[in-house]
Design a protein around this ligand. Sequence first.
Ligand code: UD1
Ligand code: MG
Length: 444
Amino acid sequence: MSIRAIVLAAGKGTRMKSDTAKVLHDVCGRPMLWYVLHAVRAAGVTEMYVVTNAELQARMDEFGATGILQEEQLGTGHAVRTALDAMKPDESGRVLIACGDMPLVDAGLFSAVLAAADGNSAMALVTARVSLPSNFGRIVRRDGSVERIVETRDASASELQIDEVNAGIYAFDEAALRDAVGRLRNDNAQKEYYLTDTVADLVRSGKRVAPVEISNPAHVIGINDRADLALARREMNIRLCAQHMRDGVTIVNPLSTSLEPELKIGRDTVIYPNTSIGRLSEIGERCAIGPNSHLSNARLGDEVTVNESSVFDSRAGDRTSIGPYARIRDDSQLAQDVRIGNFVEVKNSKLARGVKASHLTYLGDAEIGEETNIGAGTITCNYDGKRKNKTVIGRDVMIGSNTSLIAPITIGDGALTGAGSVVTKDVPAGQRVAGNPAKPLPNK
Ligand code: UD1
Ligand code: MG
């Protein structure tokens, strides 16, 4: 028996007022749809079908699900029928139906609704009590059992008083679903094929429909506009922070910390306020990150400090300290015990163990050997107007304050440049140079 899912996502999302399909809008670094598919997969579903519009269909490769284009949006029932037509029938299968615009629904709820569509019930659906008025479809019960769903626009005055509503999450016996969907008609206020009409259809043919009532309707409210999007983002971020805190990370102020899914943060690391961490970053143990820091695709070892700084697409080894006000980017690799101080930019450079660049420096396209000290105000002049050129500095080098290194250039191990040097030629190991242009000094 297969458990498959159909995720409805072809709606236009008019209220987003956007050129981007609604379910592709970002919540904490991932498109809304990513969360839905993630939770559906975690509930044990192996095959996922997403009903799409043309814009979404073009992006489906990213999602590990099969996109099924619904050319015209004729209603949720039509969307499901379009999906079923494209799926190989499995008479004994179960089908989970979810909406692509509900990123806060967790795997537990999907599992619960799947479990409720057991042999006794041909269908299960999630219901919630909400305050009225509401736009949700109303659950009409008879003698306590679910009898049908009436959409707001088709409801009578007394039906509008019902505060138990349809969340839009369902599980079906596949055979019963195929039958019922085939019989749907669109003779209603919206001239749409309503998936919700399958409830009355199944009940009429003697089948049971099981309600799964939830206590917090906030998590099943679909995202319709950008205000909803902000609420979803806040809730998701709280969940992400809570998960890391439970795993031993201190987050001083979760409300001003922005995390994404799929981060690794080691225990006893402390994250200070106004800090964002994203794009699969990995942070070791006992690190201090923030305040006011931004990490994106960063790999940090243990006991690393990042203070009021940003690290993009770069790595730093154990005990390295960065900042305040530093910017590390473009595949820079800082080894262990490196010290990057204030107003230092490091771009596409490799710094070996113990390198220090403590103040006001630009290191671009450079390779620097162990224990070398880069004086305040040093610039690797890597760009000659056409090309980016390399600077190679050996180990135990002393680069004097305010040195300009005109790349391509190589400074040998143990060399020294005097303060204010403009170094235009390679410096051999052990040589001392100074001046503009820098010239060899007599050895002491
Ligand atoms: C639907 C339910 C309503 C429920 C509510 C919960 C129906 C008829 N009504 O109403 O009972 O309370 O969800 O949120 O199902 N979609 C398509 N193709 C279509 C139409 C819709 O893929 O042709 C998708 C939308 O992108 C969306 C989902 O289906 O993800 C729900 O559609 P929407 O129009 O938002 O349904 P509601 O009118 O809110
Ligand atoms: Mg609608």
